[in-house]
Write a protein that binds this ligand. Structure first.
Ligand SMILES: [Zn+2]
Length: 408
């Protein structure tokens, strides 16, 4: 059994260099028409046609069974992955950026399939390369034994979630308010897709605009969980908020929901039980995105930590409630479309900081035509950013007043 197939082939790097000299750019490009994930005689075959060879590595993850292929950066030419799958032996596929300069493909397998062959065919006149992987059925025990993230190698891995630079000194009286903005999704996780308009791109752009609005208000420091189109695990988003000693965490989204019925801004706070089925589905989908991006989720449960978090949340939750209500008031005051039931709760992993008031804001729903028009309109977004900045200002004053009451 191949445990970790780590293919770092110098010849391929040289191939990349010659393509660069030829003026084609250094990025390997996928040819989606010549690429597919199929099955033959019970074996899965993955064929990726690339404009040039790139170093890659392959590993598997369990619970659920996944195959992960990391590459030196590949231009996926708009392919998101699911359209490559032509067999029921693979539930779905995701392709995209993983971290700057590196790309990833993740297959969610319909059972325990292990890598049997990996071949990279190069040598065509144009320098193109075909990566062909064959997966054969194996036992669940063997699959589990062979699964796991390979040993750390420079460049290939996400930063350790705990490895976030500690912030400057904690905020004293009158120090700047630290707001962490979390543009939803990113990299291999595109979020909602409205005819090519991707949630991850819209939210990164909006977060930058909101950052400016918050900085204009003064005495505020803004930290972003991502500054570019990179994948950031949910765990790391929370770690970044802790590292920054955030006073407030705002996760920004514009998902697709139902058949375009959901519309208007909707504000989610953490709840053990979702306030409704749609909220539960939304939280599940977001928490699942990490799985589909190939994050190893084994060993992330910790009962003791859960108890400590529950204790801390008893103090944090009312402060998050206050922020949620401030948002509804500010958005309505600004005449912005607000959902008919704007305050909801669900078990979003990204809201699980025990000591930081955390809110997930659906600015609107990409599945709704009017919301989509709004979200792609710079003027509308400027009004939304200002309204959120106003809500943060109102919350800061009310939160400080509450804190004084508690101390008395
Ligand atoms: Zn989202």
């Amino acid at each position: 059994m191949l445990r970790w197939t780590i293919a770092l082939i110098a010849a391929l790097v040289a191939g990349g260099a010659s393509a660069q000299e030829g003026g084609f750019g250094s990025l390997a490009r996928l040819n989606p028409e010549a690429s597919a994930i199929t099955a033959q005689r019970g074996e899965v075959q993955i064929r990726l046609s690339l404009s040039q060879g790139v170093p890659f590595r392959i590993f598997t993850l369990d619970a659920p069974e996944r195959l992960v292929v990391d590459f030196r950066e590949v231009d996926w030419v708009g392919t998101l992955g699911p359209e490559l799958v032509q067999t029921k032996l693979v539930r779905t596929a995701r392709v995209g950026g993983f971290r700057p300069g590196w790309s990833r493909m993740v297959l969610e397998l319909a059972g325990p399939f292990a890598l049997a062959h990996a071949v990279l065919n190069t040598g065509a006149e144009d320098g193109s390369a075909d990566l062909v992987l064959t997966l054969a059925h194996t036992s669940a025990e063997d699959f589990a034994a062979g699964a796991g993230v390979p040993p750390a190698q420079p460049g290939w891995d996400l930063p350790n979630p705990a490895d976030v630079a500690p912030a400057d000194a904690p905020r004293g009286e009158g120090g700047p308010l630290v707001v962490v903005l979390d543009p939803g999704h990113g990299g291999i996780d595109p979020g909602a897709d409205a005819g090519g308009t991707l949630e991850k791109d819209l939210m990164l752009g909006f977060a930058r605009e909101l950052k400016e609005a918050l900085l204009r208000a003064g005495n505020t420091r803004v930290v972003m969980t991502r500054e570019d189109d990179s994948f950031v695990s949910l765990e790391r988003r929370v770690s970044i908020a802790h590292g920054a000693r955030a006073d407030l965490f705002l996760s920004l989204h514009a998902d697709s929901l139902g058949e375009g019925m959901a519309r208007g801004a909707t504000i989610y706070k953490l709840g053990a039980d979702a306030s409704d089925a749609a909220s539960a589905a939304l939280a599940e989908r977001h928490n699942r995105a990490d799985m589909l991006a190939g994050v190893d989720l084994s060993g992330t449960d910790d009962v003791v930590a859960d108890v400590l978090m529950d204790l801390a949340r008893m103090e944090t939750q009312p402060r998050a409630d206050l922020m949620a209500r401030a948002l509804v008031v500010a958005l309505k005051d600004a005449g912005l479309p607000v959902n008919s039931r704007p305050l909801r709760s669900a078990s979003f992993s990204v809201l699980k900081s025990p000591d930081i008031p955390s809110i997930l804001l659906e600015l609107g729903f990409l599945s709704n035509g009017r919301d989509l028009d709004n979200l792609t309109d710079p003027e509308w977004r400027a009004g939304m950013a200002q309204a959120i900045a106003d809500a943060v200002g109102a919350w800061t004053i009310a939160d400080a007043a509450n804190a004084r009451l508690v101390r008395q």
